[in-house]
Design a binder for this molecule. Structure first.
Ligand code: AMP
Ligand code: MG
Length: 404
């Protein structure tokens, strides 16, 4: 049994697939991974411009001049081109975003001046130079890399790409993922099941977790507990998909075949983790390049282990030096005794008491109780060296959104 830390490292070390590259339009780029460094061919802003509504002056003309009365000689609005010269005690009315010639180097905010009449204003006594002017290229400098290859494109990156007129982008092709469930007892929702059967919930949960822009997920159905059939299916899938995600049959029971099969037909990187829930989680590589994530059948364990490792693995496949999922610290609202030597992931819900965040845990801990996941906002991680939790202890909390 290995720690999650070791598992993250082993996953990272064993991914070596080179994803193909394709092009997408800016409008279709959300959630895709960049396959090129993005450089800007332009400066942003393109010219010095005003950061506020107000009056622009030349600061050097103001030096050693105690006369604070200024004549308004013109107006510049955003989008205008202004070339007129200005003299001592003259100013130009400007609005936010107005492009300024170099000699208009200081802007006084509308709120800081006094109107004398429609043509004259009085400046404040204390004034500093180069105020309220956004400098040419202060956001983006021409020629500089602004988004690095392998980054994921979020809304903010898309805004930045639009601002530099980048309409076609090289991204990595979508990863083709096969999802499959294993177990004699499983049937598809939609049919009348017998009492000895259960509906397959993992496949639907996992498919929905993988409904992200960089993934093409295929439902590959349910496999019976049959060594030869499972082996045959995995051999077929590895030729068609970039990643296989399987749940069930991961453990060491006499009907659990998946790990044995991977040992035979590929490389088993690890099997079983020192965590609760999720101990049977295993990971392998087929043909040296197709990863297979073997998740426990218990739905909570399947959900927890996929959240911990699924997106991490997808990031690694894109070559992203992936960080492990992040957590934040919240105070415990419960007492608990815990077994030493394994990490535990409890289902937690945040509550607020006197403006402070606390976390409560679901009353029961069974790995089959999917209602606990529905009830919760995220996972509470208890480290392996912890054996007791008291109210007010700080705990690591992973909101479900953090795994995305
Ligand atoms: P296994 O990992 O195959 O030993 O399964 C552990 C438990 O999870 C058993 O109670 C299974 O019935 C249940 N299970 C396995 N696969 C699924 C699934 N796809 N959906 C719901 N429960 C499952
Ligand atoms: Mg089974």
């Amino acid at each position: 049994m290995i720690t999650t830390e070791k598992a993250f490292n082993l996953i990272k070390k064993n991914i070596n697939k080179n994803l193909k590259i394709s092009k997408v339009t800016l409008k279709n780029s959300l959630g895709r991974f960049l396959a090129e460094d993005i450089k800007s061919n332009i400066n942003i802003p393109p010219q010095n411009n005003s950061a506020v509504d107000g009056f622009a002056i030349n600061y050097s003309q103001k030096k050693n001049n105690s006369n604070l009365n200024y004549k308004i000689i013109s107006e510049i609005n955003a989008g205008d081109v202004f070339k007129k010269k200005i003299e001592k005690n003259q100013c130009v009315k400007v609005s936010t975003g107005s492009h300024l010639p170099y000699y208009l180097d200081t802007v006084i905010m509308l709120e800081d001046i006094k109107y004398i009449n429609n043509n004259f204003i009085e400046l404040p006594k204390i004034l500093s130079t180069k105020k309220n002017v956004r400098k040419k290229g202060e956001d983006i400098k021409k020629g500089k890399i602004i988004i690095a290859k392998k980054s994921i494109l979020r809304s903010q990156e898309i805004g930045l790409l639009a601002s530099i007129n980048k309409l076609e982008i090289k991204v990595f092709k979508k990863i083709k993922v096969a999802i499959i469930s294993n177990g004699n007892e499983l049937v598809n929702p939609g049919i009348n099941k017998k009492n000895n059967q259960i509906y397959d919930s993992n496949r639907f949960m996992l498919m929905s977790l993988l409904k992200i822009p960089c993934i093409n997920v295929t439902d590959c159905g349910i496999l019976k507990d049959d060594y030869d059939k499972i082996k045959e299916k995995i051999l077929k899938l590895k030729n068609k998909y970039d990643l296989i995600v399987m749940s069930g049959g991961a453990s060491v029971g006499h009907k659990d075949y998946v790990v044995k099969i991977i040992k035979k037909i590929g490389k088993l990187v690890f099997s079983s983790l020192a965590i609760k829930p999720g101990r049977p989680m295993s990971f392998g590589i087929l043909d040296n390049e197709v990863p297979i994530l073997i998740l426990p059948g218990n739905p909570v364990a399947s959900f927890v282990t996929f959240n911990l490792f699924g997106n991490f693995l997808i990031n690694c496949m894109h070559g992203l030096i992936s960080k492990q999922p992040n957590f934040f610290l919240v105070k415990s609202n419960f007492n608990m005794i815990k077994k030493l030597g394994r990490e535990e992931f409890l289902r937690g819900k945040l509550i607020r008491k006197n403006n402070e965040l606390f976390v409560i845990k679901y009353s029961t801990e069974g790995a089959g109780i999917l209602s606990s996941v529905v009830w919760s906002d995220g996972l509470i991680k208890l480290n392996s060296d912890v054996n007791k939790i008291k109210i007010n202890d700080y705990l690591q909390f992973y909101p479900y959104d953090i795994f995305k």
